[in-house]
Every structure is written in C-alpha cells, then in structure tokens.
Design a protein around this ligand. Structure first.
Ligand code: GPQ
Length: 831
C-alpha cells in the first residue's frame, strides 16, 4: 500500500486533530497517532499499526465527551447504576464507536484518501472475549443502551488476561486455543494504577473493643491482593454521554505479601506475585453449569470487593456521608456471580465505617437488585460452607446473621412451617452444608427479575415460589433486548441503509419502534426486490467467508438455516442434526425429488469439560463431511460448522440467515438473545414456545413464525406422567432410522461406538425431550421449505419480522429497568 493521492493541506490546529470530526481532522489525527503513538510512518506501518492509529484517533474523540460526562455526573451528584457482572462480551470496539460517533462515512472517506483499506483495518481488531455467551453479551448491550439513554452508570467486572478460548476444529473435534487478546495491546483501555484496592482472603476474625468501648469485629486476612482499575469508555449513540466500564486486574500487594516473606526470599516473593495475578488470569469457560472451583469464588469476591470499595470512595468524593449511599447508587447483580456484594457491603459499612447492623442492612437491601438468568438446577450456584469459611470467614458470619434475621421473619409469617424455612434458608443443610447464592441474592435485593415473560413467571412459580409467596412485590420481568447499533447498523450496513431510505429517516436506530414504518411498504414489490438483494449480498459475503475458512462452498440461493449459540443439550443442536439426517435420507431414497436447497450452518463453543457438547460438535462435522462429499446430494443440502463463533464472527452470520433455529426445550432457555439478533436482520424463526421466542412470536404475528413442539406446561405434564423416549424411538420408523444411521458408522468411518454416548442418552434418558419433539419439528421444517418456495411471501414475512422487532431493543429493556427497578433519570450531555 502507498499513499494514494497527495493529502490535502492539513491546516487544522492541534485541538481539532484530537477532537475534530472533519475528514481533514481525522486524517491528520490518524497520521499523528500513527507516528506519535505507534512510532511508524505510512510506508512501514503494518496492518496492526494502522488499526491502532485508527483506534486512537477514534478514542481521542470519545475521551473529550467522557470528560464532560464525568464532570457533569460529579457536579450533579447523579444517581448511578452500577452493573456488576463477571462477564462483558463486548465485541470489537472500532466500528461500533464510529457508528456511535456518527462518523462512519467521514472516516471511510478519510481512510480512502489515505489509500487505506478501511474494512481491513476494522477486521484487524481482536475482540475482548470477556464472556461466554448470552449473559456476558447482554451486559455489553446494556452498557451501550445505558450510555445511549444517557443514564449515568458504571460497569464493573474483571479484566481477564485470557478471555473465552478461541475454538478451532481439528478432525471434526473442538480444540481450544488460549485467547491472548492483550498480546498486541489494547488501545481502548486506560490503566488507573492509583485506583487500587486491597482485597482480603482467608485468615480469621476477632472481636475487639473500639474507642467507645463497643464490641466490634475485625477480619485478619491471610492474604491481601490488590485490584487495579482499567477503564474503557462506553459511548452512547448520537449523544455526548460516555459511561465507564471499569475492569479490575489482580496484582500482588507489595505492602503485605512481600513483608510476609523473609528478606532474601526473592523466589518466594515472586511466587506470591504470580499467585496474586492468577486471580484475573482467565475466564471460566462454562456457560451455565458451575464448576465449584476455589479460584472462581476468589474471582467473584475479588471484583465485588474492589467495586464496592470504589463505590464507597466515589460516595465520599461526591456526595459525602454514607447515609445516602442507596440514593446515590443502585447495583444490578448480573446473576448470582456478584452476589457476595451483599455481604461485602455489610462488612464494609459495619467493620470499616462503624455502622450498626440495622443501619447497614437498611442501606444494603435498598442498593441491590438481582437478575436471574436460568432455572437449570445445575447452574444455580452454591458454595460449600467449608470453602466459603476458609476463604471468606467474615462473610460467612455475615451470611449467617442475615439468615438468622431473615428466617425469623419467615417463621413469624408461616407459623410452624419449618419445611419452608429449610427451603428458604441461605444454607442448604441436606448433605454437605452449602451457601445458596441465589437465596442470598433474593434476600439481599429489593427487586428480582427474570429475563423474559415466561421465564419470570417460572421464576415466581417454581424456582423462587417460596420467596414470591413471602415478598410478591419484589418480583419483576424485564424481557431482554439487544442493541440495534451493533447488531443492525454495524453488522448489516446494507440493510440499515435500505431501512433508513424506506422509512425516510434513521430515527429507528435510537427508537427501534419506528421500524413499524416499514409495514406500510411490506407489499411494495420495489422494496421486495431490494430487500431480497440485500439478503443475497449478505449470503454471498458469508459464503465467501466460510469457503475461505472451512473450504465448504454454500449456494447463496439455498435457505441459510442457522443455529449459532453455545452448544448445550438443552438448546438441542442434535434435534437440528436429526432433521439434517432426515433430509439426507430422503434424498438418498428418492434422488429426483423436488427439494428446496438448504445450507445448514452451525456455530458455537462447547465448555471444554462438557463431553456431550463436544461430541455434538464432532457429529455435526462428521455429518457435514459425509453429506458435503456425497455426489448424489450434489450440493442440495450442505452442512457447515463456523469455527470460533464470537461477536465478531456472529456479525457475518446474522445478516445472512433466512431461518433462525431457536429450538430449546420449552422452559429451559431463560430468554435467548440470538433469536432477537436474527429476527431483526430479517430471518424467520423456527422455534418452541421458550424464553423470548414467545414474545417474538406475539410481536411478529403467529403467521410469520414457525412454531413447533411442546409448551412448558406440556413438558411438565409429560415429565410427571413419565417420559419414555425409547417408545418414540420404537414407534417412529423415520426417527429410528435417523438414529440408527448415526450408530451405523456411516459418519464415523465405520466406528459404531463413537456416537453411542449421544444416541444412548437420547434413547434411554433424553432429559431435553428431543425425541418427543422430533416429529413436530420435522413437520414444521417441511412447512418452512414450502414457504420458502414462495419468494414474495417469504420476503414479506422477513420485512414484517424486522418491522415488528422494536420491543427487542436493549434501549426498551434499559428504560424498563430505569423506570420500574432503578428509579434513575437520564442526565443528557450535549454534543
Ligand atoms: N445465560 Cl445462568 C448465560 O449465558 N450464562 C449463564 O451462566 C446463565 C444464563 C443466558 C441464558 O441462557 C439465556 O437464555 C439468556 O438470554 C441470557 O443468559 C441473558 O439473559
């Protein structure tokens, strides 16, 4: 690459090379950053240098707004939402920040004039994979919406040195590669070495008498580790507001650990440093089931303690005394992972800030709100009392004391109902005694919410029934949403442009309900043609991308049938596979039938220790290999597994999908958010009545949604009556032959045992009732194929899906939190 044209005279002043939005200012800013930050000039710059320069040029413009926001929030003592989350799955920053700054076009032109390939620069960014899946991505969407809605907020989490592993596929199996995302530097974060808090672990507690002769408790820890703040600015769309994502990195605390070692024990001192730093070293890669690992509990306490200490510092810096802490701050607990915060705030208020129990509890229980994200029993966190006590002896005392107060209230309300008391206790007493983090979160919060209407109902009637009986007003629903900035404007610029042209404005980007304006054009054949062209273009792009990475060539005319999400038995990727095998067998039986071509596309990571999920990935790839290479199939159906599904790669997938697979067993998927991302890009959904699918179907209209399978009630009933999967297997000849084909060795070079664990589990246990829903799923897929033949009609349904997705913006979700749960107001920062 070389300089294309000679640049126009760069006569902007210093100020505007940092903050100016003109093409000239961007060019000069870029060249300045390339030289003064990267130490490169144009001729020798690597693609990474160019990316870094572009990132800094963008960041400069964000920082200016950030300062204004921070000053305004401080002088107005603004009420602040603190979103505590062990995961933030942000995705690449650059393109998103350019959209939110409103300078995509200018920046593209500026790059072009400098002779640069802007798409290549954007593709150069490695995403911060600081989350597993839906829960972490939701936190990232919420940060975008909080800023866009101008609500003062801080996201608090962990700056993992290694995020979610990179997935490669070798011989059809998932292979995990460590995600060294910080290797080349992170231009978006600003280290704050002076914002540092000590975090205690282990040791013991003791009582002492203070200067007023009151008995107090003090925690004498065995280990102290420092948490250091790293800040990433989060800019809202088209506003001056920039909020803060503050992630904590663990470091050895010199004041303590080095003293503990003898002078001269240099190795020991270095060892302590290394051990300290392991706390923020790596993200646990389990999506839902919990590992029960000591390091995980240490991580949770680490970021919770730093965050609460930071909030107390901010309280003193802005408002003053702690009495108004619950007016200044509201803390949202993203699942139970940060629920130690309840005990930590109590400890800090009592042990460090002299409050008595009642005053401390009055503040604490008004600060916290808790979001539940799953009903799966294996995903509900508990920690053994012995581990808890060893690591957090003071917190165990506080948990016991909270429990004592709480259970006394329960006893007074439900006289003599000790069974209920046992169920509601913060401590599980059956078998090894364990701390129930979900119960702690409910008791410590003033509001509890589920993430979709059905899920929130089930939270009230099953998981937290006793708590709902006790505190009916504490329970809420806030249906999830996703940000249209990233998942429409950034991911699918062609569609975004077409929508804006059709609606006559781009107001829908900040007010997604405006997509309804598309409905008036849903019958317009001119729009149909353009809509179809946009989809085909995205399919071509994806096909090229997949060809390059997997060698599999897809036909852009085929139905792009996509299932992209973490691999889980409850999400039933294997149900999808059974349909693929059915299609395969049909073609083999009557090769000349008139079938609608389909491309089956999968993406998703399996937890490294989840054997069955990894076997499902292997089976997908094994089926793909046979089908894609069978000359008789001749490309009519193709199967491909997209390696390393993450936010960045997902952005290639959503625009290209025709059909979105949302096929979890009803009652198991709390919400789902991929379902929303696909639908707002014009895919139709094939799905069960699970999670947010229920509401998506309500919004888009049942005639524009492919529904199949049992409802959550029917699932419950079927289970109570006794579910016998082997009867389905014996009774349904096609189902039997699909499963038998897996066992035949066809997909495993003759090995009849390889997939046995999977097929045996389906036939003998089938905890997620794949076999019970098989027949309905196949029939529904046949409807899909028939519907796709009528291109006009399909396109119309696609337009209506997009037109009616307004509800599923994370802006709507955040508005509901702000109004019903947080009681916060916007604080607009002008541009
Ligand atoms: N979810 Cl508990 C996760 O991604 N990880 C978790 O540990 C738990 C839940 C998901 C959940 O499965 C989806 O249905 C939701 O849409 C998502 O959280 C966000 O609420």
């Amino acid at each position: 690459m070389s300089m294309a044209q000679s640049p126009e005279p760069l006569d902007v002043d210093r100020e505007s090379t940092r903050t100016g939005m003109s093409k000239t200012a961007l060019k000069q800013g870029f060249l300045d950053n390339l030289f003064y930050i990267q130490g490169r000039f144009r001729e020798v710059a690597t693609p990474h240098d160019l990316y870094m320069a572009a990132a800094y040029t963008t960041r400069d413009r964000i920082l200016e707004r950030w300062i204004k926001s921070a000053q305004h929030y401080k002088s107005n003592q603004s009420r602040t939402v603190c979103y505590l989350s062990a995961e933030f799955l942000l995705g690449p920053h650059l393109a998103n920040n350019l959209v939110n700054l409103g300078i995509v076009e200018t920046a593209t032109e500026a790059a072009h004039e400098l002779g640069l390939d802007f798409d290549a620069i954007i593709a150069e960014e490695e995403e911060p994979g600081l989350g597993n899946g839906g829960l972490g991505r939701l936190a990232a969407c919420f940060m975008d919406s909080l800023s866009t809605l101008q609500i003062p907020s801080i996201g608090y989490g962990i700056r993992y040195e290694f995020g979610i592993f990179d997935q490669t596929i070798e011989d059809g199996w998932q292979v995990e590669k460590s995600d060294n995302w910080l290797r080349n530097g992170n231009p978006w974060e600003i280290p704050r070495p002076k914002i540092r808090f000590p975090v205690f672990y282990g040791g013991y507690t003791e009582q002492y008498r203070d200067h007023d002769d009151r008995t107090r408790t003090r925690w004498v820890p065995a280990q102290i580790i420092d948490g250091v703040a790293y800040d990433t600015p989060i800019l809202g769309y088209g506003v001056g507001n920039v909020n803060l994502l503050r992630l904590w990195k663990a470091e050895a605390s010199e004041s303590f650990d080095f003293q503990a070692f003898n002078v001269g024990n240099y190795y020991g001192a270095v060892h302590a440093k290394i051990e300290a730093e392991t706390i923020s070293k790596v993200l646990y890669p389990n999506d839902e089931p919990e590992a029960g690992k000591e390091l995980r509990l240490k991580q949770q306490f680490f970021f919770v303690s730093c965050s609460i200490q930071d909030m107390i510092r901010l309280q003193f810096n802005t408002v003053g005394p702690l009495d108004s802490f619950a007016e200044k701050f509201v803390v949202q607990l993203n699942d139970t992972h940060p629920s130690l915060a309840v005990a930590e705030l109590m400890r800090l208020l009592m042990d460090e800030h002299d409050m008595d129990w009642d005053r401390a509890w009055d503040i604490t229980h008004r600060v916290f709100c808790y979001t539940n994200h799953t009903l799966l029993p294996e995903a509900l966190e508990t920690w053994s009392v012995s581990l808890f006590e060893r690591l957090l002896p003071r917190h165990l005392e506080i948990v016991y004391e909270i429990n004592r107060h709480f259970l006394d209230e329960v006893r007074i309300r439900f006289l003599g109902d000790e069974e209920r008391v046992r169920r509601m206790s913060l401590i599980a007493e059956d078998g090894e005694r364990r701390v129930r983090m979900a119960n702690l979160a409910v008791v410590g919060s003033r509001a509890v919410n589920g993430v979709a209407a059905l899920h929130s109902e089930l939270v009230k009637t099953t998981l937290f029934k006793d708590f709902h009986d006790f505190w009916p007003d504490r329970f809420h629903n806030v249906t999830n949403g996703v940000t249209p900035r990233r998942f429409m404007v950034v991911a699918n610029p062609r569609l975004a442009r077409l929508i804006s042209e059709t609606c006559g404005s781009d107001d829908w980007i900040r007010d997604l309900g405006r997509l309804r304006d598309l409905e008036a054009h849903a019958m317009d054949s001119g729009l149909h043609e353009r809509w179809h062209a946009v989809k085909i273009a995205a399919k071509r792009d994806l096909a090229a991308w997949l060809k390059h990475r997997t060698g599999v060539l897809l036909d852009p005319e085929a139905i792009f049938d996509v299932q992209a999400k973490r691999i889980h038995e409850y999400k039933r990727q294997h149900l999808n596979l059974l349909h693929i095998i059915r299609c395969y067998q049909r073609i083999k039986q009557s090769p000349n039938q008139d079938m609608v071509p389909r491309a089956f596309i999968f993406g998703g990571k399996a937890a490294p220790g989840y054997f069955m999920a990894k076997l499902i990935i292997k089976l997908i790839n094994a089926v793909a290999e046979v089908i894609n290479n069978d000359p008789q199939i001749n490309g009519f159906i193709r199967v491909v597994f997209m390696p390393d599904f993450n936010v960045k790669n997902g952005q290639h997938l959503y625009p290209a999908a025709n059909l979105s697979e949302q096929i979890s067993l009803a009652g198991k998927e709390a919400s789902g958010t991929g379902n929303m991302k696909f639908s707002m890009n014009g895919a139709l959904t094939i799905g069960t009545l699970d999670g947010a699918n229920v509401e998506i179907r309500e919004e888009v209209g049942k005639e524009n949604f492919f529904l199949f399978g049992m409802s959550a009630d029917e699932v419950g009933q079927h289970q109570r009556e006794g579910y016998r999967p082997w009867e389905y297997y014996a009774r349904d000849a096609e189902l039997k032959s699909d499963i038998d084909l897996i066992n035949s060795g066809l997909f495993s070079h003759g090995d009849t045992q390889l997939f046995r664990p999977l097929t045996d589990r389906l036939v003998n246990q089938d905890p997620f009732m794949v076999l019970a829903d098989y027949r309905a799923y196949i029939a529904c897929q046949d409807h899909v194929a028939e519907a796709y033949r009528d291109h006009q009609h399909w396109t119309r349904m696609s337009i209506l899906n997009v037109a009616r997705m307004g509800k599923f913006s994370s802006d709507r979700a955040i508005r509901e939190y702000a109004e019903h749960i947080w009681r916060t107001e916007p604080h607009p920062i002008g541009l």
